[in-house]
Write a protein that binds this ligand. Sequence first.
Ligand code: ADP
Ligand code: ZN
Ligand code: ZN
Length: 752
Amino acid sequence: MPAFADIVLPLAQPAYTFAVPEGMELAAGQAVAVQFGPRKFYTGIVWRLHDRRPDFKRIKPVLRPLGDRPLVSERQRALWEWIASYYLCTPGEVMRVALPALMKPSADTEEAFFEAEFRPRTESYVALDAALHDASRLHELFEKLERRAPKQYEALLEIASAGDGDRIATGEVARRLLRADAAVLHALERKGHIRRTERERTVEHGGSAFRLPELTGHQAAALASLREQFAAGKCAALLHGITGSGKTEIYIHLIAEVLARGGDVLLLVPEIALTAQLIERLERIFGSRVTAYHSKLTARRRTETYLRLCRSDGGELVVGARSALFLPLRSLQLIVVDEEHDASYKQTEPAPRYNARDCAIVAARLFGGHVLLGSATPSLETWLNARSGKYGHAVLAERYGAARPPAIFVSDTLRAARRGERQVHFNKLLLDKMEEALARGGQVMLFQNRRGFSPYVECTECGWTARCPDCNVTLTYHKNGERLVCHYCGHTIPVPARCPSCRVTDVVPVGFGTEKIEQEIARLFPEARVARLDRDSVTSERAFSAIVADFAEHRTDILVGTQMIAKGFDFGGVSLVGVLNADNLLNNPDFRAAERAYQLLAQVAGRAGRRDGDGEVVIQTAEPGHPVLQQVLAGDFEAMACEQLADREAFFYPPYARLTSLTLRHRDPALLRRGAMWLAERLRARFGRRVLGPMAPPVDRIRGEYLAGLLLKVENGASALRAREILAGELRVFAEHPEFKSVTVVADVDPQ
Ligand code: ADP
Ligand code: ZN
Ligand code: ZN
């Protein structure tokens, strides 16, 4: 056994060397308990075993191994390392997202650490004693028991008949599946007729004769083409299919093939919110092979899932949010990234600021598997990769069955207001269509993008608005409870009765959010049943499922919501979708604004008429001539993509350049400014005009700290690896600078 172990701890620090005590057996990837710092006990992962004595004096020993097998395989470690190097963080920071919380306890004392250590729940299993596998012996016993102890007879019969068909069950049966009570089983055990064991629960996978949906001609052709392109050596492929074209059906076929050969599949979805509907659909086909994994599950559930997968021998289908990428799927052969364009694949806070879609492709290379990227509105990065032949490409241009794409109407809000055809936030066109839809027994979805347009309160006399004392933003008005809340730090105050500035009048809510819309609808359509889906109404997974189920089963007629309702839902009864205000989407000051607006509007529109094809969409805007709206109207993704790509190329934006944004934070604005200037100069000396800034971000003060930004743009063709090394070096110099070391620097590679 080597004498030293480099161990990764869940900290923003490099791996640290510990001594391996005499007689302790360790393997790379295993979890261990160590003491780090004066008195802190951590779970670490053995990264490397070696005999090179480190050059510091007091080398602490590894205290003890945790668990009996490695938790992080060699390929997973390679993925962690790639992420740490690409996203400018440490493997320890990757460990924080990669392992569920209960698997990495830390504590101030060894006793507390022992207390916090995860102990998997075990379950009781029973099996017939081996002597009873002989049919005549068993029958003899049955006869005896039937007369003398009928309850024991019944229990034994139940256990013996748990096998396939008429054969005697020789394997273990979970105690929970038996009807017999404890005393009866105990008696059988005492007499030596059955054996009982306690162990972790296993999942039975059943057979692999899946009942798959029959594909249409177009779908079958797309599937065949994807198979061919994978076989010809493409690691990743884009499935570009309009909403409702049956992308999921194609996933299902590819998944079934991998499961049937004993491989594992990971299906990533952007919103946990969407998993429920999808999982139900997949369970109907793949049964108990389907495992959900996301942050809304309990910590225990996530940990048990991780440990179970460590022991699995393949054939697993995990459906999860971005962190599922880190699960120990040993025969991972296929990763499907559904709605691959979605920004929530990117973790923005805290480190690692990784994009799970991009990491999926790296993972697939490491594991020798394939990635299928699915979307109706692919990201321009992916679309360009597919068009240039770097990725495979398949297209589904038609909706399944009788469903046709919805008819889209753009409705001019200014014109409607001029003609007196506008009631609060609704143009007459939208109101008429809503009335029609409801009269026909259809359902309506209303979309209100609240980002950058949240309601706030204003004094009608002096114009005072409530601002957060620690962040440079206005507070958002929440009717529920009459509170004003800072969406950056959570600072909350009651709505003041009098304007605190002029003390003359009341303050009134301005702008509108989903809550306001919900209220107005109740007034305009008193008969309709209205529900709302947004971050405020969804307090738990259960609340979410209830709202979704009510709408799916038509117990509600109108669903009002934010982006949350835009994504992926498959509600059959929706005949009308309304977008209350497209302007703030179109006028976002971001180089991706047009792409995002197209994606969101196409996705929202895609919720209409998914079954019978009589879907309609009304988009309200003050700028009906906006090119993106025209592209949405025409359903012309390619026109949008080509126009945007031309701009991106001209101005060196992704996919023609790689961006890294640096955000500096400090309480002292003067020090911050000096630090930002100093860093910008250093970087300019290396990168020249590729460095932009310092600039003040849109919100330049958060939680009492001032913010300054720098942007590094490295054009394609220049070595991204070399650029990263130089940047990492400069950031280290800055972190050790005597004047600036108290300035926090956050690097975000490929910001979304
Ligand atoms: P997408 O993922 O592309 O939006 P879905 O896979 O959700 O599309 O398909 C839309 C609807 O059409 C779903 O209700 C789905 O069950 C149905 N559908 C699509 N293809 C088929 C098929 N080949 N057989 C039966 N139903 C299908
Ligand atoms: Zn605040
Ligand atoms: Zn006032």
